[in-house]
Design a protein around this ligand. Structure first.
Ligand code: MG
Length: 412
């Protein structure tokens, strides 16, 4: 119970608290302790809340609300514009600090990382000490706070970082996990979204403990492979290693999604937004030396309901324009596609290495493809130097989307 026993693995998960809002307060101390909402299109009534401070959250301000809705929660709400370049800078600074503590640091999004301490540290008492030291160092050096989970697997470490916020450390050990984790709702586990939680609820499974005590065969029958995985998670049996960036397995998908500053009301706006997101997806594919053989589009409406569509491509590509065209066909092909939309995600799927041998489409002009590749390389070089919005197609000129690095995802 005191955490002094030697264990096989000691993993930390560190999660920056209300990351965007905390960075804003670190940059402008007058925002400290206030209810702050980071919003796109501040000047318009219809701007959307992208992130909020802990104080704003206490008043009920939620991500995805309009500014008008958020202001109804509390009249004292301070609304600020996002500074994405600063969030990236702080994200890198966090990672530099983590690298001092662990050989293996695996980022999960912009503001979360797993650290594997197992090589140097053999018991949880020391693991908690490292977590406390790291938490203090982040606060002192960056003026933002983190919550850290300490555990024997990545899933419980992440869950631990959610249990006490802000500026806290939580230990979930083999001795206490049943007491700490089992009473929590199933969606406390990574990978349990709204639909999975609803499916489990149908069978009366509402807590992690109930999930852990299920027959794994029953879960496999009802939820497929995911059911089996969740049973493993709930029982603390997950054992995947913390992977440093060089060790990452090949990327399985490259996605870019975000909430635009205002809801998308027309097909034209959707078209422009899809193109905007897809250009970045193409750039990331080229950076990784990958082509995609399919595209997936996920749409979130103003009631926050999500619909997802996907389709294979005739010819694998790393060109943002082609990805956008395929994604827009998915949108346009669904006559019932809801408008207005609150957010969109374009994801490149069925990825192949650009060097892999592939069938060449006989009806496709390969000279044209080569020319476009050369153009993309030139655009990448300019944007690499002057920022990702330095060169854009004329059709996007004057569109006020703020491209968010937080929406990008790599699925492995
Ligand atoms: Mg966070």
């Amino acid at each position: 119970m005191f955490g002094g026993e030697a264990v096989e693995k000691i993993i930390l998960h560190s999660d920056a608290n209300s990351f965007f809002a905390s960075v804003e307060a670190a940059l402008d101390p007058s925002l400290k302790g206030k209810a702050v909402a980071v919003c796109g299109a501040v000047e318009e009534r219809h701007g959307i809340v992208l992130a909020q401070s802990i104080q704003a959250r206490r008043w009920g301000v939620k991500t995805g609300m309009t500014v008008a809705e958020a202001k109804k929660c509390t009249p004292n709400l301070t609304v600020v514009k996002p500074h994405y370049d600063m969030y990236t800078k702080y994200s890198k600074a966090l990672r530099r600090i983590y690298n001092d503590y662990a050989f293996k640091v695996e980022p999960f999004g912009l503001d979360e990382c797993w650290l594997d301490l197992s090589t140097g540290i053999k018991n949880f008492k020391d693991g908690v000490y490292v977590a406390e030291t790291l938490r203090e160092q982040v606060k002192k050096e960056l003026d933002i706070t983190v919550s850290v989970g300490v555990s024997f697997n990545k899933i419980f470490a992440k869950l631990g970082s959610d249990l006490k916020k802000p500026d806290a450390v939580t230990l979930i050990s083999p001795q206490n996990y049943k007491e700490k984790v089992f009473p929590l709702p199933v969606n406390a586990l990574l990978g349990v979204g709204r639909s999975t939680a609803a499916a489990l609820k149908k069978y009366g499974i509402k807590t992690v403990g109930a999930l852990a005590e299920c027959n794994p065969d029953f879960l496999k029958q009802t939820l497929g492979k995911a059911g089996e995985t969740l049973w493993i998670y709930a029982n603390g049996l997950e054992s995947s290693p913390v992977l440093s960036e060089e060790e990452h397995p090949p990327v399985k998908s490259v996605g870019n999604g975000m909430t635009p500053p205002a809801d998308l009301k027309t097909a034209d706006e959707v078209h422009a937004f899809i193109l905007w997101l897809s250009l970045e997806v193409g750039r990331r594919l080229r950076e990784c030396g990958l082509l995609c053989g399919g595209v997936s589009l996920s749409l979130r409406d103003t009631a926050l309901a999500v619909k997802q569509y996907q389709a294979p491509l005739k010819q694998a590509t790393d060109n943002g324009g082609d990805i956008a065209a395929a994604a827009y066909r998915l949108f346009a092909g669904k006559a019932g596609a809801p408008l207005p939309l609150r957010s969109l995600t374009v994801t490149a799927i069925n990825l192949v290495d650009i060097r892999a041998p592939m069938q060449i489409d006989m009806f496709c002009d390969n000279r044209q493809t080569e020319k476009r590749r050369a153009l993309n390389r030139a655009v990448d070089a300019v944007c690499g130097r002057y920022g990702q919005n330095a060169l854009l197609p004329a059709s996007l000129f004057g569109k006020g989307f703020a491209l968010s690095p937080s929406g990008q995802s790599f699925q492995r």
